[in-house]
Design a protein around this ligand. Structure first.
Ligand code: HAM
Length: 419
């Protein structure tokens, strides 16, 4: 049986086939995401992977609605797998915001599902770090979030030569739009054309813009000028104080596809322009109000960073560590009469936090040793019964081949001490 197109199998390394994904690399990415978000004081939340269809058809915009994995459940409910986390977050916040001091700073690592055309960097399922701040209007919150997105990418060893945050603002575009006489009912269509500029031919963009009363030349001149708004300047100043100027640029070529964004928006791209967006986000000050039927009104902003493009980029830039089984200690059982004592030693070492392996059944000692080598164990240990006196433990450091004889009780400390 084949897996569905656009879905992935994750195997432990070493990978058996180029067509599968690394469970170790995925965990590595999740660990960095979590650690960096935590260092900014963000707390982790999660929601259900299945939601009422209506949650996503209300305000995400037509593009994402066309990509929903939706169906009727056995209770005749219209439901959908989540294509993104933001509506779930807005729903959760609206339900219990009184229990939390503002600003709320939360993160999640959901698996998301979009029925997209499968292509490089785009699958039908992906994981996404979501980090959001709720209840703060000041651009200091936007700067904090952008700094977080930069530090997440820096935590993987990427730097300003590898990626850039393209910073833009729907407010700036809104001013352009109304300044040129745009009609409010056309603003979403206009944003959609701007969002697709880099993926469309100039002729097609020109035709679509003309239908809305705009010219491509005016649009391009506005992008080229790239004058920061007061709000964007405040964010740039904030990031400068953190030494992050090299990681951001004002770029009105970005406007974001999702319908709910209201202010500052941004996307992270690799500098060479080889890959799709690594991350994207912005302000969505009306979404909580909309999804709560007007009951809760809180400004909000956030970003999502997917694992697919990030992994492609880390591979291309050689930033992934080597993944091993991470075995600290391999217990060789050469004398079967010492298996119970060996199991006791294995158990103690595991309790102390070491990764310990051994063979379940009697095996020739060279086979056991071969297995220890295959697993890349740091140490082997073998219990021995001397002619007289207490049991001893013979420990071998496999990198240096040095042997030490200790009492079994000293094994764990010895392995913990040495790299
Ligand atoms: P988004 O731009 O749709 O934003 O997705 C964010 C990131 O998720 C993209 O930059 C990309 O790395 C990754 N991604 C999206 N779709 C796919 C796909 N089909 N396959 C692989 N990776 C993908 C949002 O989802 C917003 N809800 C983010 C947000 C959070 N805004 C505010 N808070």
């Amino acid at each position: 049986m084949e897996r569905l197109p656009g879905f992935r199998d994750f195997y432990p390394e070493p990978l058996p086939h180029p067509d599968v994904w690394s469970a170790d690399a995925r965990q590595f990415i999740f660990n960095q995401w979590r650690a960096t978000a935590r260092s900014y004081g963000f707390r982790e939340y999660d929601g259900p992977p299945l939601e009422p269809l209506e949650l996503f058809t209300t305000k995400s915009g037509t593009e994402i609605v066309g990509q929903l994995y939706n169906f009727k459940d056995k209770g005749d409910r219209e439901i959908s797998l989540r294509p993104e986390m933001t509506p779930t977050l807005a729903r959760m916040v609206a339900a219990h915001e009184r229990n939390y001091k503002k600003p709320i700073k939360w993160f999640a690592i959901p698996q998301l599902f979009r029925y997209e055309r499968q292509q490089k960097g785009r699958l039908r399922e992906h994981f996404q770090l979501n980090a959001d701040i709720i209840g703060e209007n000041n651009p200091a919150a936007d700067a904090e979030l952008i700094a977080l997105s930069i530090d997440v990418l820096r935590s993987f060893g990427l730097n300003a030569e590898d990626f850039v945050i393209r910073l833009s603002s729907r407010n700036a575009w809104q001013d352009f739009f109304t300044g040129k006489g745009g009609q409010p009912e056309h603003s979403y269509d206009f944003y959609q054309v701007i969002d697709k500029l880099e993926r469309e031919t100039p002729e097609n963009s020109q035709t679509k813009l003309a239908a809305l009363g705009f010219s491509l030349a005016d649009v391009n001149a506005f992008i080229q000028a790239g004058q920061p708004t007061v709000e964007l300047q405040a964010i740039l100043d904030n990031l400068r104080a953190r030494g992050l100027t090299d990681y951001v640029k004002i770029d009105y070529g970005v406007i974001r596809g999702l319908a709910y964004y209201t202010g500052v928006v941004f996307e992270a791209f690799d500098r060479k322009g080889e890959f799709r967006a690594i991350a994207g986000g912005g302000r969505y000050d009306n979404l909580v109000k909309l999804l709560s039927g007007g009951k809760v009104n809180l400004p909000a902003l956030g970003f999502g960073m997917g694992d697919v493009v990030l992994l492609e980029l880390l591979k291309a830039r050689g930033k992934l560590p080597a993944f091993t089984a991470g075995v600290d200690l391999f217990c060789l059982v050469e004398d079967e009469s010492l298996r119970p004592e060996s199991l006791a030693l294995i158990s103690q070492a595991r309790q102390a936090g070491l990764v310990v392996e051994y063979c379940f059944t009697p095996l020739k000692s060279d086979k056991q040793f071969k297995r220890a080598m295959e697993l890349g164990a740091r140490f082997t240990v073998k219990l021995e019964r001397p002619a007289e006196g207490a049991l001893t433990a013979r420990i071998k450091h496999l990198a240096t081949r040095t042997e030490t004889v200790l009492s079994p009780a000293e094994v764990t400390a010895h392995v913990t001490r040495q790299p």
